[in-house]
Design a protein around this ligand. Structure first.
Ligand SMILES: Cc1ncc(COP(=O)(O)O)c(CNc2conc2O)c1O
Length: 388
């Protein structure tokens, strides 16, 4: 395993990401564009690698959370349009304009400040965000909309390229609140002098469960990674998804404990009988947080519980029997007939599946697989310039 020196790694199956996206776009009508949401390092999967695959699979645009993520993709060679979904500073608009990055706007003052900063020949592409009930970012009144529209009409440097909103409950079975948001958005659209080129409201759940909300582009994140937007709608999804992210480590130490022997900080775990114990080089600084004590990992196809407190860089598991040092442990993924899904980890952590791949930190290298082969690897600790 060259280019990383600690035997813990994540594997990202790029074929699965491509297939998920192909499945989804086949389900949508062909006049609906896909905006691939690759923020937060593509939900922990690798922003550049996922962006490449998503664009190849037909996405026409990428979306990220803030400008740094957009500029990072540009520096890695991505030339496709990138929409920044979050807030940005008016002072940075020239950088965005020059890098062909589309910003989200939702305050008239921001727009007026940007006008003062923008170079005279700049072209700044903007998507106007409407807050129809998410309560996060966006204009909320028709008055704000008309005032902003006037600013766009009077200044050719400001290109109103899109308008969008975000649903708070698209992944729930009850669509009352969803329908209220959708109709508010349509009301706002209806008072505009003319509709911008790109109109989008849907995240994964809305794109798959609410065809009436598609307009001419959808913002696809979680289902591209093969994960369901929520446990509730998982059984209703009209496409088959394949999880793309797995997590593995190799046992670095094996020992037999006698009844009463202790394991890890606080000596909180006491061997109930003679047991075999393995040590894994993964801990809470890798995002494998302490709450995961007791979670099972797969060793030799058997579910093996993490015993004692999880340390910063290591944790211990109770082995089914003696296995050789170097045996692979699968923390997320499958071995033989057993599998541990991201959803199982999310349940153990009392969180949602989105959070799990996001919290696996950068010091866990990502290995990219295509057609079963390792095609690239990202290890921010030892990047391309490293001599190792
Ligand atoms: C504005 C916006 N559009 C689209 C998406 C993609 O959603 P999906 O992954 O469900 O398809 C997100 C994800 N935003 C978040 C996902 O988790 N927390 C968030 O704020 C978003 O914030």
């Amino acid at each position: 395993q060259r280019f990383f020196f600690r035997d813990t790694w994540a594997e990202v199956d790029l074929d699965r990401i491509q297939n998920n996206l192909t499945e989804i776009s086949a389900h949508l009508s062909k006049d609906v564009e896909i905006i691939a949401v690759v923020k937060a390092n593509a939900y922990g999967h690798g922003d550049f690698q996922v962006a490449e695959v998503a664009l190849k699979a037909g996405a026409s645009m990428l979306a990220v959370a803030f400008m740094d993520e957009a500029l990072a993709l540009r520096e890695k060679g991505i030339t496709a349009p990138i929409l920044v979904l979050g807030a940005s500073r008016p002072g940075d608009v020239n950088i965005a304009a020059e890098a062909g990055i589309i910003l989200t706007v939702f305050q008239k003052e921001w727009l007026k400040h940007a006008q003062k900063i923008l170079k005279k020949d700049a072209a700044l592409f903007l998507h106007l965000k409407i807050d129809t009930g998410m309560g996060r970012l966006g204009i909320r009144t028709e008055g704000e909309l008309k005032a902003m529209e006037r600013l766009f009409e009077e200044d050719p440097r400001l290109q109103l390229h899109g308008i969008y909103t975000h649903f708070a409950t698209a992944d729930e079975l009850d669509d009352t609140y969803f329908n209220r948001q959708l109709s508010l958005f349509k009301d706002m659209l209806s008072i505009m002098n003319h509709q911008p080129p790109v109109v989008h409201t849907s995240n994964s759940a809305a794109a798959l469960m609410h065809p009436a909300a598609r307009f001419n582009a959808v913002r696809i994140g979680i289902v591209m990674y093969g994960l369901a937007p929520s446990v509730k709608i998982a059984p209703e999804l009209p496409v088959v998804l394949q999880e793309a992210f797995t997590l593995h480590s190799r046992i670095v130490h094996v020992k037999k404990l006698e009844k009463g022997d202790k394991v890890s900080y606080g000596a909180t775990y006491e061997a109930p009988e003679k047991i075999w114990v393995g040590t894994l080089p993964i801990g809470y600084a890798d995002g494998w947080i302490r709450r995961l004590q007791g979670q099972e990992v797969l060793v030799d196809g058997k579910r093996s519980p993490i015993i004692g407190r999880i340390c910063m860089d290591q944790c211990m598991v109770r082995l089914p029997y003696e296995v050789p040092v170097g045996t692979v442990a699968t923390l997320i993924g499958s071995q033989e007939h057993e599998s541990i899904s991201i959803n199982e980890i999310a349940c153990k952590l009392e969180t949602i599946n989105y959070e799990v791949p996001c919290i696996i930190t950068a010091r866990v290298p990502r290995l990219y697989m295509q057609k079963g082969k390792l095609v690239s690897l990202s290890n921010p600790l030892l990047d391309e310039k490293s001599k190792y």
